[in-house]
Design a protein around this ligand. Structure first.
Ligand code: FNR
Length: 362
């Protein structure tokens, strides 16, 4: 059967993957209210398309932290991709470079920063979880720098792991033939089985719950790479991120896997954009599955978006080819959305091209 949109990979992945793995990829926290809301909220935004504009040429290129990419669609960090496909993060890295876009590698990847770098050229960011042992963090950041990663996405919404009930029921743990490759030599590459989610126990044991704004400053003393604060949902924290020296902000609720009943990211975006006042770029992830979603995020002020689950599901279904197709389908849909709403370049996408149900009636 021909795949015509990125959502079609999810049921295929469900069929192919062991239940424990699929559930880990698919789940949100607790009632999964935010998980649904991340998708539903996009349907509360409608277009105000402009007509009779020459759209015979559409330019989707953009610049992120000074790096030119082909489109404002990038890859979010998702952990343990070799559970989806034997080529895991290698496949994702190759698909991202083929599409001339950015891949973010998770701290908890099943391939190391060096291994991913060895797949060939490409612009890559490294997602950082801050461990209690700061020597581990400093070493890892240095390795990412040396391997040519261009920015650090500092995840700030995970002092503890959200309660993902399927993972608890399944006693989720990393399969024994895989390791968290970045931590292999540091004796932190394995996840013990436990009577909880194995990942929740790992986080409770290793991740620094005391992480605070001063640590964002500390991070800047150990690296010259720009830092994106990933997990901002309020204007207050947008301002604090900028004060703390962030080079950019990612509006994210971790794919609804952390605190349930936070708003959909597309609902939180505009307040963050306003607070940032153009001082740093604001990005969004969470529930982006259509080119129209990408357009809506840009109309609300995002400089680009990241996708999470579509990557692991397409990886499970078809490996690198699948991830390539996901990027291509979103690209094609986004280009069509631009054409049909009368925008020829990203800078022509404005707030007036959409109307949200929270807007005052005109
Ligand atoms: C994630 N996410 C995530 N974030 C992070 O900072 N480090 C990580 O290791 C992971 N791992 C991870 C695994 C899986 C299976 C998922 C689904 C998500 C969150 C991710 O970066 C991103 O915020 C969301 O996935 C975006 O939402 P969508 O596109 O999945 O709806």
């Amino acid at each position: 059967m021909e795949i015509t949109n990125v959502m079609e990979y999810e049921p295929i992945a469900k069929q192919k993957l062991p239940k424990m793995v699929f559930d880990y990829y698919a789940s949100g926290a607790e009632d999964q209210w935010t998980l649904q809301e991340n998708r539903n909220a996009f349907s509360r935004i409608l277009f105000r398309p402009r007509i009779l504009i020459d759209v015979s040429k559409i330019d989707m290129t953009t610049t992120v932290l000074g790096f030119k990419i082909s489109m404002p669609i990038m890859i979010a960090p998702t952990a343990m991709q070799k559970m989806a496909h034997p080529e895991g993060e290698y496949a994702t890295a190759r698909a991202a470079s083929a599409a001339s876009t950015i891949m973010t590698l998770s701290s908890w990847a099943t391939s190391s920063v060096e291994e991913v770098a060895s797949t060939g050229p490409g612009i890559r960011f490294f997602q950082l979880y801050v461990y209690k042992d700061r020597n581990v963090v400093a070493q890892l950041v240095r390795r990412a720098e040396r391997a040519g990663f261009k920015a650090i996405a500092l995840t700030v919404d995970t002092p503890r792991l959200g309660r993902r009930e399927a993972d608890i029921k399944n006693r989720f743990t990393l399969p024994p033939f895989l390791t968290l490759k970045n931590f292999e030599g540091l004796d932190l590459g394995k996840m013990d089985g436990s009577d909880d989610s194995g990942l929740a126990s790992y986080v409770a044991g290793q991740i620094d719950r005391s992480l605070s704004w001063k640590d964002v400053k500390w991070l800047q003393t150990i690296t010259t790479l720009p830092i994106l604060v990933k997990g901002v949902l309020t204007a207050e924290d947008a301002r604090l991120s900028i004060q703390a020296g962030a080079a950019g902000i990612i509006v994210s609720n971790h794919g609804a896997r952390q605190l349930d009943y936070v708003p959909a990211t597309i609902m939180a975006l505009e307040e963050v954009v306003k607070a940032a006042q153009g001082r740093v770029p604001v990005f969004l992830d969470g529930g982006v599955r259509r080119g129209t979603d990408v357009f809506k995020a840009l109309a609300l002020g995002a400089s680009g978006i990241f996708i999470g689950r579509p990557v692991v599901f397409s990886l499970a279904a078809e490996g690198e080819v699948g991830v390539r197709k996901v990027l291509q389908m979103l690209r094609d849909e986004f280009e069509l959305t631009m054409a049909l709403s009368g925008c020829r370049s990203l800078k022509e996408i404005t707030r007036d091209h959409i109307v949200a149900d929270w807007d005052i009636p005109r």
